[in-house]
Design a protein around this ligand. Structure first.
Ligand code: GTP
Ligand code: MG
Length: 597
């Protein structure tokens, strides 16, 4: 009874969406987006912009489209009407509605912010959330037109501003709407379809994996001329990887109609085939397939783009590792020199102070100055490096010297050191019997021996440490040396922060990409490559057969269906909707009864 429909929107070959895999994808995708949101490409690698863009696009697609979509599988299909200014997008929307939904006009651009056309049934929770999401992205000026049209029961249509239009906010509303859409209706005209900018936009849409319907509007009345234009457009789409076959039947042709209708649209019959198609793909039986397919394709493309991000991450990690060596060496040199001074008695002057707190002030000045030297040394080497110099130019300007906090921080750490000395004393106490109080006394009286190792130790210290005296001093010097190193590391960590490296994050991203890829059935082909031959062969063959029968019947007027094996869900008796009364161009979709159904 029903018919299976080969929809013209499947410009990319259908893939088998697996409901289970798609459900399992959700947490993985969410995690991936969260991880990608945390990283940032700051180093000037060749593909940095591309990687940053890919990163942003993945985060946006996953959080703003995929997750909400998977959460609300029952929500109406959202079709974004996209195209250059004056191609007749608003005219097409009004024609579909046979009503004034969106203003049309000679002013370019006419539509400056999106117009949503929806059914009043969807004014509930989902709807308010969706509208809020659109408004949040696109701005509060988004207009919502609520109606009763049957078509909108399962479909929300959004008329957009021209694809090339940048709003005063600096955003591109069409792009923003597209990011939330399940389906793109791309409208163009004979004078516009060859524009390069349109193709760039289309390629970007293709990345998203959103199914597309192509409308060539404002065709001339001469049939041969119109057919030639449709063929040319279809073959360009095909050459750009946007249409499986260079087949004009996959494009909706709409004639330049004469005479104005009150609502700024055309006769409804002019868009009859498009309306049927939109009705068919948003039909609840079909919608699940559409949503699953879009989610699936989007998921595949997310994996694809994640690889760009990961490749870039590898490069960045390598550069960062080199720059980090400079940090390590500069600070390590300074720490080593201070430690050598300590060991050789070069800092013995500090022993003149009465208390360690006073002596620590001297050592603080030394360590702070050394931090400054290490910072300067690191910055000097970084400056000579292309990536390093970029880091120094921006937020890294302050890296040339130690920070204002360094001295406070060093002093705090050094003062605490005396407290830890008693533990060293306990370790070296005669036959391991030194109590806590005695150890404290030893610590208080022996700090000066640590900074001035040649001095004679007070009797109390000698008595308690006996033969372990030298070992104690050596251990205590090591522990002070470590405090100095740690204090310098705090200053060094500013450089590391600028490298922004979270290698662990990269690993987690990698793991998620691998898992997502596995859920999507294995390897993801590169974006431009030819799709899975098995699927394509089967699909193309079945189209080919059906085309033959159509080509021999030039008068075929009815929009209809083409069987596509088991890939697509049944569409409940779409025949009933196929009025096919298009008085204009006679290039129509292809129909065949599905006898199995
Ligand atoms: N006669 C005729 N005029 C059309 C047709 N399609 C569009 N127009 C006219 O072309 C002009 C632009 O149409 P719109 O529908 O506003 O174009 P748009 O793509 O929405 O333009 P923007 O909102 O600027 O992006 C209007 O004056 C329409 O009346 C058509 O098929 N026949
Ligand atoms: Mg418009």
């Amino acid at each position: 009874m029903g018919a299976r429909q080969w929809c013209r929107m499947w410009c990319n070959p259908p893939m088998q969406p697996d409901a289970v895999a798609i459900g399992a994808l959700r947490p993985r995708l969410e995690k991936l987006a969260e991880l990608l949101d945390r990283i940032e490409f700051t180093l000037p690698t060749d593909a940095r912009e591309e990687a940053e863009q890919a990163r942003g696009a993945i985060v946006k697609t996953v959080t703003e489209y995929l997750i909400p979509r998977l959460d609300e599988p029952e929500a109406p299909v959202v079709a974004a009407v996209i195209g250059a200014t004056g191609t007749g997008k608003s005219t097409i929307v009004n024609s579909l509605a046979n009503d004034r939904i969106s203003d049309v006009g000679a002013l370019r651009p006419t539509t400056r912010s999106p117009v949503l056309w929806a059914h009043r049934d969807h004014a509930g929770r989902y709807w308010s959330e969706f509208v809020a999401r659109v408004r949040e992205r696109v701005g509060a000026t988004v207009e919502v037109v609520i109606g009763d049209d049957e078509l909108t029961q399962e479909l929300t249509v959004i008329d957009t501003s021209p694809a090339e239009y940048i709003a005063p906010s600096g955003r591109n509303p069409a792009e923003d709407v597209l990011a939330l859409a399940d389906l793109c209706v791309f409208v163009t005209s004979p004078t516009r379809y060859a524009d390069i900018s349109a193709w760039q936009f289309l390629r970007e849409i293709r990345w998203r994996g959103v199914p597309m319907l192509f409308v060539l509007n404002r065709l001339p009345p001469d049939r041969d001329e119109a057919v030639a234009l449709l063929n040319d457009f279809a073959s360009r789409l095909h050459n750009n990887g946007l249409l499986l076959e260079p087949d004009a039947a996959m494009v909706f042709g709409v004639n330049e109609a004469v005479g104005d209708r009150w609502h700024g649209g055309l006769e409804p019959s002019a868009v009859g085939a498009l309306r049927n198609e939109l009705g068919a793909v948003s039909n609840s039986g079909y919608r699940d397939t559409l949503v699953a397919m879009t989610a699936y394709t989007t998921g595949r493309n997310v994996v694809d783009r994640s690889r760009i991000v990961l490749d870039e991450f590898d490069k960045v990690v390598a550069i960062a590792a080199e720059l980090e060596v400079v940090v390590d060496e500069s600070y390590d040199n300074q720490a080593t020199e201070i430690n050598e001074l300590l060991a050789s008695g070069g800092l013995s002057d500090m022993a003149r102070h009465r208390t360690w707190s006073e002596a620590a002030v001297d050592l603080t000045a030394i360590v702070t100055r050394r931090a400054g030297v290490a910072a300067q040394e690191t910055a000097r080497v970084w400056l000579a490096d292309p990536a390093g110099s970029v880091l120094l130019e921006g937020k890294g300007a302050s890296l040339w010297r130690h920070t204002e906090d360094t001295s406070w921080d060093v002093q705090g750490r050094l003062e605490e050191w005396e407290g830890t000395l008693s533990e060293v004393a306990v370790k070296h106490g005669r036959s391991g019997t030194m109590g806590g109080r005695a150890a404290k006394k030893v610590a208080a009286k022996s700090w000066s021996l640590v900074v001035a190792p040649g001095e004679k130790a007070p009797w109390g210290v000698r008595r308690r440490l006996g033969k372990s005296m030298d070992a104690y001093i050596s251990d205590a010097q090591d522990s002070l040396g470590r405090v100095v190193r740690d204090a310098l590391e705090v200053d060094a960590s500013r450089f590391r922060k600028h490298l922004g490296m979270e290698i662990d994050v990269a690993k987690q991203i990698d793991r998620n990409v691998v898992a997502i890829s596995a859920l999507l059935h294995g390897e993801v082909p590169p974006l431009e490559s030819v799709p899975d031959p098995a699927t394509v062969e089967e699909t193309v063959d079945s189209i080919g057969e059906d085309l033959e029968s159509i080509e021999s019947d030039e008068t075929a007027e009815e929009p209809g269906s083409l069987e596509d094996g088991d890939d697509l869900a049944d569409v409940a008796n779409t025949d009933a909707e196929h009025t096919g009364e298009d008085p204009q161009i006679k290039i129509e979709p292809i129909e065949e009864e599905d006898t199995d159904a």
